[in-house]
Ligand binder design. Structure first.
Ligand code: FES
Length: 198
């Protein structure tokens, strides 16, 4: 009996092709439900939530809710993270929760920015949309947020629109409100937080 020649049936061919597909392509073909990020069980890693307060990431005042009076119009932004007011949990378990918080003259805000602001106070993601560096610098003359890695500049009065540099899109904004003088998160981020390559 002649040795059986290797033959590719439709099924084995399909398996062979699937085996060669990169994981990324496979995951892209999953239903949207399966791709939805899970809410982390650790409250310190959870994204900012409606009703959260904001607190400095480090240093003096960490753990204390930031109040409107703490912010001088036009002053350099603070680096802050959400604070769950009842439990006192500081949501600093993910870098994606870090925010640049600043106060601007209300008259300088674009219509869109004003919708997300509380008495001129705005909060933007501190993660650059280019390759994820911290947006850590402030140009006090132009009133722009600056990412030192490749020089991207964002205009906080215009919903963090990119004004300079390679960043492909504006920073995510966190809607705020004021309650008895305290800055409070009104809802989750608007816009994509972080960056994506390609
Ligand atoms: S990572 Fe911010 S400009 Fe490149």
């Amino acid at each position: 009996m002649p040795p059986s020649s290797p033959r590719l049936t439709r099924r084995s061919l399909g398996c062979a092709i699937l085996g060669l597909l990169p994981l990324g392509l496979l995951s892209r073909s999953r239903p949207a439900e399966a791709q939805r990020p899970k809410t982390p069980s650790d409250p310190a890693k959870r994204r900012p939530t409606r009703g959260d307060h904001l607190t400095p990431l480090e240093g003096e005042g960490r753990g204390t809710a930031i109040r409107l009076d703490d912010l001088e119009p036009g002053a350099a932004p603070l680096l802050v993270v959400p604070l769950e007011p009842d439990s006192g949990v500081i949501r600093d378990g993910s870098r994606l929760n870090q925010l640049r918080l600043l106060r601007l003259a209300e008259s300088s805000l674009s219509q869109e920015t004003a919708r997300y602001a509380a008495s001129g106070v705005v909060a933007y993601s501190a993660v650059c949309s280019h390759t994820g560096c911290p947006v850590s610098e402030w140009n006090a003359e132009t009133l722009r947020l600056v990412c030192p890695c490749h020089g991207s500049e964002f205009d906080p009065a215009a919903r963090a629109t990119v004004k300079n540099g390679p960043a492909p899109r504006r920073l995510a904004v966190l809607p705020l409100r004021e309650e008895a003088g305290v800055i409070v998160v009104r809802s989750g981020f608007r816009g994509k937080v972080g960056f994506s390559l390609g």
